[in-house]
Design a protein around this ligand. Structure first.
Ligand code: FAD
Length: 530
């Protein structure tokens, strides 16, 4: 985006209680969008309810350890990736991070190493999961989809398509010669497996199921094929872990945002957004503000701020609450009703352990399944992340920080008495540690820190209704063309984050931030365009 940073008119930041763009929520989607807009010359304020930025990709510190509360890895931050584009566009400093060489999947009867390096992964998957013509053809189809749609994502593909300009843009992003692949939009991963005669292959289907649950939160039979192909290949796109985990990453991001003049207001929960937006003056949203008519008022317990543009990076149900009475809330209602049954939660165990308890493994990240016959989640598919050796921001010398996470049904956490809740939390936490001992036999024996996060914790610390995290379980009926769009019914009001397109995870949030920032900047007054 080529935008001049030199203002040629009275800046909104010079006016008290005003800004060009109010960004609601300081999670990855919110801060990435704010960074882009601030770097492009607009004045932005990020309103974050918690005491620091991060949200579901955030962290907490305890007894010298820094634990990642949700995401432990950043996806596609290697050179040329979606995350790298964010850093380059906003002039952010290089990350002090390592690319994971891959991770290990522990199936009930075998162990599969998901190497980042493609040729090693190709050999490993045939060796461990079957090497027939059908297997080879299936993988070739998946690889092709992944290659084309990772490239399209990196080119900023826009969905849902709302205008002819979006369609043209997407045509270029996918490439004319790959257009026939769009026919896969209506297929599921299960359809592809069936087409190759592989749907009954336990180990293959279970590994895919674990990867699909972890990335698009769905099952192989419900997950849209293209989204699942991207999810299954995130390892190949590159998983990055920052020194100090998410704490280290956020320190860099927030410092850079503030250095650009951005205003991050923590402990500042948004209560309501009112205003008519820019309905009467399309194409010059920020002109409202400079002409004295802000368009929107953001109401917080710490005072009100006027803004020309609002970007809500809150989960869609919270956006509907703060924008109650506006066309934004009315427009979201059908999506929220549709997606309600597809929300899910997470349970995470946080352990601070002496180094020797995690000794003996080459990889620091592991995914485990106990039983092919049981549904995934509740410990039967869990992710173990261990801070890197020598990372003394994550753990004191001689110690390591360990996070073990699994998906959980929200209903199982509702309506419990305090005693029932404590018992359930203790039981699931203990089960996760015991399962993880398949990888690290002495894990948790002498833990310095042992805590368990549940949907209640996410509700308390990130305000997500019922503690639903990670976006909705993706199906062909709620993703892509049917996903919650970034543009709302109120001109000047956008939404972004993992409950909007493209959905879940850090890479989706960063890609969403790019699309929204580009759209906002298209409406910026001529003075800020180079
Ligand atoms: C256990 C777990 C593991 C995960 N692992 C990975 C992984 O390894 N890799 C990966 O890429 N992704 C992972 N994810 C997903 C990823 O963390 C999320 O998809 C992403 O962080 C969501 O970012 P967001 O900005 O959309 O939302 P959020 O992070 O929820 O940000 C929204 C922010 O808004 C704030 N807020 C809420 N209400 C208000 C209000 N009224 N006013 C002001 N602020 C408010 C919240 O405090 C929060 O900071 C994981 C998620 C979980 C839960």
């Amino acid at each position: 985006m080529g935008f001049s940073r030199t203002p040629t008119f009275t800046r909104s930041r010079d006016l008290p209680g005003r800004c060009d763009v109010a960004v609601l929520g300081g999670g990855l989607a919110g801060l990435s969008t704010a960074l882009r807009l601030q770097a492009a010359g607009l004045s932005t304020i990020v309103f974050e309810a918690h005491g620091h930025a991060g949200g579901c990709a955030g962290y907490f510190r305890h007894r010298g350890f820094s634990f990642d509360v949700g995401a432990t890895t950043l996806v596609d931050f290697a050179p040329g990736g979606v995350g790298d584009e964010l850093l380059a566009t906003t002039g952010a400093p290089a990350l002090d991070a390592e690319q994971l060489p891959g991770y290990v999947a522990w199936l009930p009867d075998r162990v599969v190493t998901l190497h980042r390096e493609q040729s090693r992964w190709h050999a490993e998957r045939l060796r461990t999961l079957g090497d027939t013509r059908a297997h080879r053809r299936f993988w070739a189809e998946l690889d092709r989809l992944a290659e084309v749609f990772w490239a399209a994502s990196r080119s900023g593909i826009r969905l849902p398509v709302r205008t002819p300009a979006d369609a043209l843009h997407d045509l270029r992003a996918v490439g004319l010669r790959h257009l026939p692949l769009v026919r896969h939009l209506g297929r599921t991963m299960g359809d592809a497996l069936r087409a190759h005669g592989l749907r009954d292959q336990d180990s293959l289907v279970s590994l895919l199921g674990m990867l699909v649950e972890d990335t698009v939160h769905s099952t192989v039979d419900r997950a849209p094929l293209i989204n699942a192909a991207l999810g299954v290949t995130i390892r190949g796109a590159g998983l990055t872990r920052h020194r100090g985990g998410m704490h280290g990453f956020w320190r860099v991001l927030v410092a850079h945002y503030r250095a650009l003049g951005g205003d991050l207001r923590t402990g500042c929960r948004v209560q309501r957004v009112t205003g008519h937006g820019a309905a009467s003056r399309r194409g010059s949203l920020l002109g409202h503000l400079r002409g004295g008519d802000a368009g929107f008022t953001v109401h917080t317990a710490r005072g009100n701020v006027e803004a020309g543009v609002v970007v809500s990076a809150l989960p869609a149900p919270i956006t509907a609450q703060v924008a109650a009475g506006t066309p934004v809330a009315a427009g979201l209602r059908p999506y929220l009703e549709r997606d309600e049954p597809d929300l899910g939660g997470a349970v995470v165990v946080f352990l601070g352990v002496p180094e020797h308890e995690v000794a003996g493994q080459e990889f620091t990240h592991h995914q485990l399944m106990q039983d092919y016959a049981r549904p995934l989640g509740e410990g039967n598919n869990m992710f173990v992340s261990v801070s890197s050796p020598g990372d003394e921001v994550s753990a004191p010398p001689g110690h390591r920080a360990v996070m073990i996470s699994t998906h959980t049904e929200l209903a199982g956490w509702q309506g419990l008495s305090e005693a029932e809740y404590a018992a359930r939390k203790q039981e699931l936490g203990q089960r996760l540690i015991e399962h993880a001992r398949r990888v690290y036999p002495r894990l948790g024996e002498r833990a310095v820190v042992r805590q368990v996060g549940t949907p209640r914790s996410y509700e308390r610390f990130t305000w997500r209704p019922h503690g639903a995290v990670g976006g909705v379980r993706q199906t062909v009926r709620n993703s892509n063309q049917f996903a919650v769009p970034h543009r709302t019914a109120l001109p000047g009001f956008w939404q972004v984050g993992d409950t909007t397109w493209p959905g879940l995870g850090t890479v989706a949030c960063v890609l969403g931030s790019r699309l929204v920032a580009e759209d906002v900047l298209r409406h910026a007054p001529a003075g800020v365009r180079s």
